[in-house]
Write a protein of this length. Structure first.
Length: 126
């Protein structure tokens, strides 16, 4: 670990920010190294802290995306800039095309949502 740092459950925003910064520093560590083991631990600690903060309503992934878009003042064009295809974004937001794994990853980061809230099943419109 970094300079004999020890990691414990994250309980404060400051601890969270330190853990995220350290994760960014070790995220490309080769498998089998001490830094790689630290990275895996940090993923769990960060996820646990984020899940404790997020009290997300039980809505389908598309509604969740729309809520976060509204929270940030984003339009479909903003999602398209994050994903790269305006037509696909329109189809997804109108339930005509499902979210892809790539979209889930990008929207999770862009909209600051846990990926787990975007992988839930939902009904498509025919």
């Amino acid at each position: 670990m970094s300079e004999n740092a020890q990691w414990f459950l994250i309980e404060t925003k400051e601890e969270y920010q330190k853990a995220v910064a350290r994760y960014e520093a070790v995220k490309h560590a080769p498998a089998g190294t001490e830094q790689h083991r630290e990275k895996l631990l940090l993923v769990h600690l960060i996820e646990n802290y984020e899940n404790s903060l997020w009290d997300l309503p039980e809505v389908d992934p598309i509604e969740m995306i729309k809520i976060r878009m509204d929270d940030f003042g984003y339009k479909a064009a903003d999602l398209a800039s994050a994903y790269g295809d305006k037509g696909t974004i329109s189809k997804v937001l109108h339930y005509k095309q499902p979210l892809s794994l790539t979209m889930i990853r990008k929207f999770s980061k862009f909209l600051r949502l846990p990926a787990s809230s975007l992988i839930k099943e939902y009904q498509m419109v025919e």
